[in-house]
Design a protein around this ligand. Structure first.
Ligand SMILES: [Fe+2]
Length: 479
């Protein structure tokens, strides 16, 4: 284990030397300063784990040194001693954050005991803090596990990481699978541009990828990285961790603390590492799911286009119905899988027209009763087509009932009110509105206000009144 580093500050040089030699024999590495100014220089130039300081010195007093350390964010224990003890000086020293206080003359063993106790107290405080963060890690992981959007997941992960180690800035760099990186998200004081522009960040990404391990750099407490540019001025330390799911390298998480703050510690690294390992798997899963979803959407789109290729007058109809239905669903607080199903049903609601003769579909004039009966078969035909495709099976009922009327006078089954699936009731309004406001071979598109009037007139008759009201609100707000 690395030796603990002590700084003894005392203008009595003999005493300073005596105490220093004794503490060295106990395994500490000791530096000495003979005034407050010299002590500041030592603290600014090298890592120190504990300070023992006299109070009465020429220039800066021990208490002033203590106050300066507090203002500069040094979080190391300070033991104060004095040859002229008064209760007031003891109280003032402790108020300024001294870990302990002792008087001259002292026994060397007594000082050694106080040093040891101060280190034990600091270690316990750090362990308590780590435990509190580990406890919150569980809650954070639960929140991240429930996110199904890769971009949001990365953003939340970065924000949680930043707050868990009190970093001032951070970024997630994503790998393109080779050796190029893009800045996916940033948080804190640095912008995306700054993370990208500073060469040390990108060279650190490459180092982490090549060595496949985490590192803290830039502070005097930690290792310097060969081949990596110096970290920007103003930063005290930077932590970089690989994000890996199974054996796949996804990218790098980078967190930074500014000068004036403690450097990032190995304990910080362990906590973020635990969070990163878990989150990397979530990120990979969400990306796979997004890919699957995109493939699914492409397939559904291809189906919808196949229908529209037959019915040349309804080009773009399904895409518009999908757009209206999704906006309407969101407005009615529908989300998650239910919204996804409604969305795809919007695209596929008329898939059954694939089984209807093109002559009927493209007939410019009025349809005969027989022809209309043929058209009316399309919801059932559509539901039969998609019931054979496992990943579309959830949409069967939505498609089957998109021409039902709220008053029971629709087709194919004459369902009424809540018997009609909610998604079908939404589709019905969007579908009718889209048809009314688009050009057809036998008529021009209806003005929006006229279509709204018809929807209002059909509230409770053809359409669910609640859905009509929501639709009108959505349209007035602008889709
Ligand atoms: Fe239809």
């Amino acid at each position: 284990m690395e030796k603990r580093k002590l700084l003894i500050v005392d203008d009595e040089q003999t005493l300073c030397g005596l105490l220093g030699r004794y503490l060295s024999t106990l395994g500490y590495k000791v530096s000495q300063a003979f005034c407050g100014e010299q002590a500041k220089e030592v603290l600014q130039s090298q890592p120190i784990d504990l300070v023992i300081s006299d109070i009465e010195m020429q220039g800066i007093s021990g208490v002033e040194l203590l106050k300066w350390m507090q203002e500069s964010n040094y979080k190391i224990p300070v033991l104060i001693n004095t040859g002229h003890p008064t209760l007031d000086t003891a109280i003032e020293a402790l108020k300024c954050g001294a870990a302990d206080y002792f008087t001259k003359p002292f026994h060397l063993e007594e000082v050694a005991e106080k040093v040891s106790r101060a280190f034990t107290k600091k270690r316990l405080e750090e362990e308590n803090y780590a435990l509190s963060r580990l406890a919150s890690l569980h809650d954070v992981t639960k929140i991240l596990a429930s996110t199904d959007n890769a971009s949001e997941l990365i953003k939340s992960f970065l924000e949680f990481s930043l707050s868990m180690v009190k970093a001032d800035s951070g970024a997630v760099f994503l790998s393109d699978g080779k050796s190029r990186f893009t800045v996916s998200k940033t948080a804190g004081v640095f912008s995306k541009y700054e993370f990208w522009r500073v060469k040390s960040f990108t060279s650190l990404c490459s180092w982490v990828q090549f060595n496949n391990r985490a590192i803290i750099t830039g502070s005097e407490h930690t290792e310097q990285v060969p081949g990596v540019d110096k970290i920007p001025d103003g930063l005290r330390s930077v932590m970089a961790l690989p994000l890996c799911a199974k054996d796949k390298f996804l990218g790098v998480l980078m967190l930074a603390r500014k000068i004036g703050h403690d450097p990032l510690s190995n304990l910080d690294l362990q906590i973020i590492n635990a969070l990163s390992m878990q989150t990397s798997i979530f990120i990979e899963n969400v990306k796979l799911y997004e890919n699957l979803r995109n493939n699914y959407l492409s397939t559904v789109r291809a189906f919808a286009q196949a229908v529209e290729a037959k019915d040349k007058y309804t080009h773009g109809h399904s895409e518009n119905v999908m757009k209206y239905t999704v906006a309407l669903g969101k407005h009615m607080d529908i989300s998650g899988q239910e919204l996804e199903h409604i969305k795809y049903a919007g695209l596929l609601h008329d898939i059954g027209k694939i089984g209807i003769s093109e002559a009927i579909l493209n007939k410019p004039g009025k349809l005969t009763d027989e022809e209309y009966d043929q058209i009316k078969r399309h919801p059932e035909l559509g539901s039969r087509i998609i019931s054979n495709i496992p990943f579309l099976s959830q949409l069967v009922v939505l498609v089957q009932h998109h021409h039902e009327f709220y008053n029971g006078k629709g087709y194919p089954f004459g369902l009424a009110g809540d018997e009609i699936p909610l998604g079908s009731r939404l589709l019905s309004v969007s579908d009718t509105y889209e048809a009314m406001t688009s050009d057809r071979p036998y008529r021009k598109a209806m003005p929006q206000e006229k279509a709204f009037k018809i929807l209002r007139e059909e509230r409770g008759a053809q359409f669910d009144p609640v859905v009509v009201d929501a639709f009108l609100e959505v349209m007035k707000a602008g889709v």
